[in-house]
Design a protein around this ligand. Structure first.
Ligand code: SF4
Ligand code: SF4
Length: 297
């Protein structure tokens, strides 16, 4: 085993022991249990891209408004890869918690909340191209669900909690992060523009949609109009396209075909801009020199 990916999507203070899906756990959580809502009062919920789609739709917001009102940014690694967590009060209480009724977005709650107290681990085995999904059990004092007399396998708990759909739509994103992490110095620290693109494509789908539908993007990439139509209307299609785009941004994979000559055109346009800037700078300096001697001659 080469890597336990601790932030995807669950973050635990203890290094977990990896369990297979067939492992049995003893756990039951239900309204009326003595600790009801205790976990949501110490919330540390990292969000994946599909979590954000579900939450913004449930709250009737665009991605920008959702990010501003309900998330805080953090850095997922030493390269500054941006992550987002659900916002809490200063005491750690999730803003989406209703003290009496429980979670206000229960049907659309994020992956971490669905899995708890199970943690999802994406494990990269040495020599294996794809990460393997395994699990671990988190036992915290405040959670009394472990004392309930119900045993079930993790795979059945996943189905009960509706985790499969979330894993399916977030999977490529977990793999991107794991690939970046396991590539280490061979990929190196991405430039700030790539990190900004990572943030937009992963979390802010409304801005990513505007970016993809812009003339500049369409003049650069050679994609059918039918795909642009789909990306305009479908969040899930846009999300899959975002993962494709990020493989290009982070690893230089030619995952989206470019129009012939688009790269050369961009370089020429940049050179033109730099030339104009240099001209403007020369003119500014000459003006300053002129002003220094005005009245002396
Ligand atoms: S989103 Fe819902 S389940 Fe998750 S921490 Fe907040 S209130 Fe609890
Ligand atoms: S049993 Fe655990 S998961 Fe359920 S409400 Fe209590 S603390 Fe939260």
């Amino acid at each position: 085993m080469s890597d336990l990916s601790e932030h995807m999507p669950f973050k635990s203070p203890v290094m977990p022991k990896a369990l297979p899906a067939s492992a049995e756990i003893q756990f039951h959580c239900y309204p009326g249990i003595s600790c009801f809502n205790a976990c949501c009062k110490q919330a540390d919920v990292t969000l994946g891209p599909y979590d954000i789609i579900r939450l913004k739709d449930a709250l009737g917001m665009g991605s920008r408004e959702f990010l501003a009102k309900h998330t805080v940014p953090f850095q997922m690694d030493a390269d500054g890869t941006p992550g987002v967590k659900l916002k809490t009060t200063d005491e750690g209480v999730c803003l989406l918690l209703d003290e009496e009724k429980g979670c206000k977005v229960y049907a659309d709650r994020p992956t971490v909340c669905r899995y708890y107290p199970v943690a999802l681990l994406n494990i990269k085995q040495t020599g294996q191209p794809e990460p393997v999904q395994q699990y671990s059990l988190v036992q915290e004092d405040h959670c009394k669900g472990h004392e309930e007399n119900r045993k079930l396998r993790i795979e059945d708990y996943r189905i009960e909690q509706g985790c499969q759909e979330y894993d399916e739509y977030n999977r490529d994103w977990y793999q991107l992060i794991l690939k970046k992490k396991s590539s280490g110095p061979t990929v190196g620290k991405p430039p700030q523009t790539s990190l900004n693109l990572f943030f937009m494509a992963s979390y802010d789908l409304d801005s990513f949609r505007r970016f993809v539908l812009s003339d500049k993007f369409q003049n650069t990439y050679d994609l059918p109009q039918s795909l642009y139509k789909e990306l305009e209307q479908e969040d899930l299609a846009l999300l899959q396209f975002a993962y494709r785009f990020l493989r290009q941004v982070l690893f230089g994979e030619r995952s989206i075909p470019e129009r012939e000559g688009a790269w050369e055109k961009r370089v020429a346009q940049r050179q033109e801009i730099w030339e104009l800037r240099r001209e403007a700078e020369r003119a500014r300096r000459l003006r300053e020199e002129d002003e220094k001697y005005q009245g002396d001659l």
